[in-house]
Design a binder for this molecule. Structure first.
Ligand SMILES: [Zn+2]
Length: 155
């Protein structure tokens, strides 16, 4: 298996702390929980709402109190999950994507914060992943493993 290299990723998202560092005046509080500054580490891992998503999602990830920088955390988890199966690695990325989509829904007033909504977005993505595994040559990224039966609910 090849190593997953995540060094100096391009700025693919504009979190509020990045905008503020550029001098753009924005409300920098996390729209998902309204309790902390929105940084990448907070939004994707440390936010109490998002920690519930990680815990009750298909990967059952419990975010510990002592955590490395987000880049190291994602790198290590993704590497571990890809050793299990490419499908699990894809699910991990789908969780990150669902978090980002829900953050945008809440930030732009299209939804209120709700971890069940993140799970619903995740279910939509994993449903497409299953289709991709069925037709790997035409659908793309995930192949080689049969997806496990995934039953995702929200407590
Ligand atoms: Zn938050």
């Amino acid at each position: 298996m090849e190593d997953v290299i995540v060094e100096n990723p391009p700025p693919m998202y504009q979190l509020k702390d990045n905008l503020r560092k550029r001098g753009i005046n924005v409300d920098y509080i996390c729209a998902v929980c309204n309790s902390a500054e929105e940084t990448d580490e907070h939004l994707f891992r440390d936010c109490p709402i998002i920690q519930r998503v990680w815990a009750c999602g298909p990967l059952g990830i419990q975010v510990g109190e002592t955590t490395p920088p987000l880049q190291t955390w994602t790198h290590n988890l993704l590497r571990y999950l890809l050793m299990q199966s490419s499908y699990q690695g894809c699910v991990f990325m789908a969780v990150l994507w669902a978090i980002w989509l829900h953050r945008n829904e809440v930030t732009f007033g299209r939804a209120t914060s709700n971890p069940c909504r993140v799970i619903a977005l995740l279910n939509e993505s994993t449903s497409r992943l299953k289709d991709a595994t069925i037709h790997p040559r035409t659908q793309g990224a995930c192949y080689g493993d049969s997806p496990p039966h995934v039953s995702i609910g929200c407590i």
